[in-house]
Design a binder for this molecule. Structure first.
Ligand SMILES: Cc1cc2nc3c(=O)[nH]c(=O)nc-3n(C[C@H](O)[C@H](O)[C@H](O)COP(=O)(O)OP(=O)(O)OC[C@H]3O[C@@H](n4cnc5c(N)ncnc54)[C@H](O)[C@@H]3O)c2cc1C
Length: 342
């Protein structure tokens, strides 16, 4: 019997545990936080087609689709409400983070063992496959790839939250301003998910962060302030963004990295969770078909390039979206000259 220890019960770890179909194996998920589905504010993920196809592969695509809200693309606007660009025909499913955690948690095979508590030293985990699904500040990565491989702070602060009315007009809209972006998406249940990003800033508490983003919103059209006026501290999160350094392999010995532990990226393309799901479903399928050493060796080749390309592209988009001063004005002029649907 093989043992698989999954450090981290977030999107990546839960998806892998759902994908594994070897009841004879001992599969353990170790999670430091509260039970899945009860933590955090239910801010939205956009799940793009490749991630939905991966969820279809483990029998969860229909449920996620029925639970989420479908949108067909995104519109990027300037601070003075001109359409800069539209992305269409993408068929993205918006779903709350906590909701997705709950769906995955409820789908865990009965044979999976859930262990609450933080892993301090990944070297102490002994298994045939030691899975680092423990996010951007992964201890599995630190202990197996070395402290120098740790993700770095991107220098961006994100304030985001949920309000209980639908103020999104049913689509994903981003406004790119002068060194700040603001976005809004629909969420199931007639709710609205909102987010802002700007160069790193420390706040004394969530109230202060909300006051700051309400002030910043005055540079945007009135519909932005209308959403932020409804923001509450209980339904708002403030985060720094971490970005992984490149790795030549996500496999080292018996250790393997998935999701943000492998390739944390800025949120600008909305791909981090999508790539985490694709990693987990790919690794699950390989572990279902092969013994752990062989499965990890195949995973090493299969899931190396694409997520790191998304990480690089997301950082570029972040630089463009958060351009300030003359660079922001030039950005708006150049993007509006690019042909495309407006
Ligand atoms: C503002 C914002 C918007 C985003 N929007 C999108 C989007 O639209 N679409 C998209 O695809 N992605 C999006 N993302 C990215 C997405 O949130 C991440 O890529 C995704 O959550 C990564 O999942 P993960 O399971 O790899 O890591 P995490 O979600 O970080 O999960 C890691 C888990 O490991 C646990 N853990 C950590 N260390 C330990 C330890 N030592 N011992 C035990 N447990 C541990 C943590 O408690 C956590 O539960 C967004 C991110 C942000 C910040």
């Amino acid at each position: 019997m093989a043992t698989v220890e999954i450090v981290g019960g977030g999107i990546a770890g839960l998806t892998l545990a759902c994908a594994l179909r070897r009841p004879e194996w001992d599969v353990i998920v170790r999670e430091q936080g509260r039970p899945a589905g009860t933590r955090d504010v239910d801010t939205a993920f956009g799940l793009w087609r490749p991630a939905m196809r991966a969820l279809d592969g483990i029998g969860l695509g229909d449920l996620v689709q029925e639970t989420g809200v479908r949108i067909d693309g995104a519109t990027v606007r300037s601070a003075d409400d001109r359409v800069l660009t539209r992305i269409r025909d993408q068929d993205v499913v918006m779903i709350g983070r906590t909701t997705l955690h709950r769906i995955l948690h409820d789908a865990l095979p009965g044979s999976v063992r859930w262990r609450s508590g933080r892993i301090e030293e990944a070297r102490e985990v002994v298994a045939d496959a030691i899975v680092g699904a423990d996010g951007a500040r992964s201890v599995v990565r630190r202990d197996h790839w070395g402290a120098g491989s740790a993700a770095r702070a991107h220098g961006t602060t994100v304030v985001r939250g949920v309000v209980d009315h639908d103020l999104s007009r049913g689509e994903l809209t981003e406004y790119w301003g002068d060194g700040v972006l603001y976005g809004v998406t629909p969420l199931p249940g007639g709710r609205t998910n909102w987010f802002t990003a700007f160069p790193e800033r420390r706040f004394g508490g969530v109230d202060e962060a909300i006051a700051h983003v309400r002030g910043v919103a005055r540079a945007f059209p009135p519909q932005v302030s209308a959403v932020l006026e409804e923001a509450t501290p209980e339904q708002t999160l403030v985060n720094g963004v971490h970005v992984s350094r490149s790795l030549a392999s996500f496999v080292r010995g018996r250790a393997v990295l998935l999701g943000d532990a492998a390739h944390a990226m800025t949120p600008n393309l909305g791909r981090g969770a999508c790539e985490a799901i694709r990693d987990a479903v790919a690794l699950g399928a390989l572990l279902n078909a092969h013994e752990p050493a062989q499965a990890l060796s195949r995973y090493r080749r299969r899931r190396l390039i694409a997520p790191q390309l998304f990480r690089t592209a997301a950082s570029l988009v972040s630089r463009v979206a958060l351009a300030a001063g003359e660079r922001a004005r030039r950005r708006d002029r150049v993007i509006s000259m690019v042909p495309g649907p407006r």
